[in-house]
Design a protein around this ligand. Structure first.
Ligand SMILES: [Zn+2]
Ligand SMILES: [Zn+2]
Length: 286
C-alpha cells in the first residue's frame, strides 16, 4: 500500500478522469494508494479541501499559503492557526521559500507577479511559528533558497515535531542537514526524470526511515506519463524508482514510506485505514 503525501486534489485537470475527484481517487485506490494528503496553497482554499476530506475518508488535509501565491493581506500566526484548527488540518503548509522566479530574467517580464524575498521570509516564519504552537509538522516548499530555508527551520521548528521538504530538488547535503533537524524528505516524479541524477543520489542515500513519496499532482508527472497531467495513482512510479535505486523491493519502499508518513503526520494516524494499521503492526513498524 502507498500514501500520496502531497497532492492538490482541488486543482485536478479536466483531462484526468474528466476532472472527477472520486474517479481519480478510485484509480489510485486500484493501485493500492490508501491515503492522500491534500495540500493547501491558500487559506481560502482550505474549506474546499475540508469538503473533499469529509466526502473521502482516506483524504486528510493541510492548511497554509504557498510562497508564490499572491494575497491581499498576509495572514498572521493566529489566522493560520485558526484555519488549521477549524478544518482539522494534520499539517501546516505548503509554505516556504521559492526564489527561482525572482531572477532578473523573469522579473523583466513580470515584475509584480511573485512575492519578493522579504514577503516570502515573513510568511514562512509565521507558518513555522503556527506549526510549532499547534505541534503540527510543516510541509516546506523550497527552491533556490537553501541557506535561508535551513536557517528559518533551525530557528523556529522543534525537531521532535519536524516536517518535510516536499518535492525535493536540492542536493544530498541539504537533505542531510534537514534530516539532522528532524525533517523528512519527500520525493516526487522528478526522481524519474532523465536528468535528475542528483535526486536519485538523494533517493539512494537518505535514511529510509526519513523518506516520503508524493505526486504533487497535477504537476510533474513521472516517466512514463510525462506531458500528461499528474494524478495520485502515479505515486507508484515514484516508489518503483526509489526501490530500483536502493536495490530493495517496492513492497519495502511502500511499507517504510507509509510508516514514515504516519510517524510524521501523527494526527492522521488514528484515521488510518485498518488494513494499513494491521500491516504496519505486523511488520513491527508502529
Ligand atoms: Zn511545492
Ligand atoms: Zn504542492
Amino acid at each position: 500500500m502507498f500514501v500520496d503525501s502531497h497532492c492538490h486534489l482541488d486543482r485536478l485537470d479536466p483531462r484526468t478522469h474528466g476532472g472527477d475527484i472520486a474517479a481519480t481517487l478510485d484509480a489510485a485506490r486500484a493501485r493500492h494508494v490508501r491515503q492522500f494528503l491534500a495540500i493547501a496553497v491558500t487559506l481560502e482554499g482550505v474549506p474546499e479541501l475540508a469538503r473533499i476530506s469529509r466526502e473521502h475518508a482516506d483524504v486528510v488535509i493541510s492548511a497554509g499559503v504557498h510562497p508564490l501565491h499572491r494575497v491581499e493581506v498576509e495572514p498572521d500566526v493566529e489566522a493560520i492557526k485558526a484555519c488549521a484548527d477549524r478544518y482539522d488540518a494534520v499539517a501546516i503548509g505548503e509554505c516556504g521559500l521559492d526564489y527561482h522566479y525572482l531572477d532578473k530574467h523573469y522579473l523583466d517580464k513580470a515584475p509584480d507577479s511573485v512575492p519578493g524575498r522579504e514577503i516570502q521570509r515573513e510568511r514562512f516564519r509565521r507558518h513555522l511559528i503556527a506549526a510549532t504552537e499547534l505541534e503540527l509538522p510543516v510541509i516546506v516548499h523550497t527552491r533556490e533558497a537553501r541557506e535561508e530555508t535551513l536557517a528559518l527551520i533551525r530557528e523556529h521548528t522543534d525537531p521532535a515535531i519536524g516536517g518535510v521538504l516536499h518535492c525535493f530538488t536540492e542536493d544530498l547535503d541539504m537533505a542531510r542537514e534537514a534530516v539532522r533537524h528532524g525533517f523528512s524528505i519527500s520525493l516526487s516524479g522528478i526522481v524519474t526524470f532523465r536528468n535528475a541524477e542528483s535526486i536519485r543520489d538523494v533517493a539512494r542515500r537518505v535514511p529510509l526511515d526519513r523518506l516520503l513519496i508524493e505526486t504533487d499532482s497535477p504537476y510533474l508527472s513521472p516517466v512514463p506519463h510525462r506531458g500528461k497531467p499528474n494524478e495520485p495513482a502515479w505515486v507508484v512510479e515514484v516508489a518503483e524508482c526509489i526501490a530500483q535505486q536502493r536495490g530493495i523491493s517496492i513492497e519495502e519502499v511502500a511499507m517504510q514510506t507509509t510508516a514514515n508518513f504516519y510517524r510524521l503526520f501523527r494526527a492522521a494516524a488514528p484515521e488510518a485505514p485498518a488494513e494499513i494499521r494491521d500491516a504496519l503492526a505486523n511488520a513491527g513498524l508502529v
